[in-house]
Design a protein. Structure first.
Length: 76
């Protein structure tokens, strides 16, 4: 399996960061956020988000709302 190109990697990270911002600052549902960052499947989005951030989107949102921003300390 080939490694992703630098551009593809940058694009993926950019979309996850955008999704994290939307989870923090909007009232959109996870399905709506997934669609806004080019995912047609909420399940696929959730798996990818968890892979990059280390937690599921819903848990990330709850932690952000309680003042524990996981993205600042994650690998993204």
């Amino acid at each position: 399996m080939r490694a992703p190109s630098p551009f593809a990697l940058f694009a993926s990270v950019s979309l996850i960061v955008k999704a994290a911002d939307l989870l923090q600052d909007s009232q959109f549902g996870i399905r709506e956020i997934a669609a806004q960052v080019a995912y047609t499947s909420e399940v696929s989005f959730s798996k990818t988000f968890k892979k990059w951030v280390g937690t599921a989107p819903g848990i990330y949102r709850r932690k952000c709302r309680t003042g524990n921003n996981l993205l600042e300390s994650s690998a993204v």
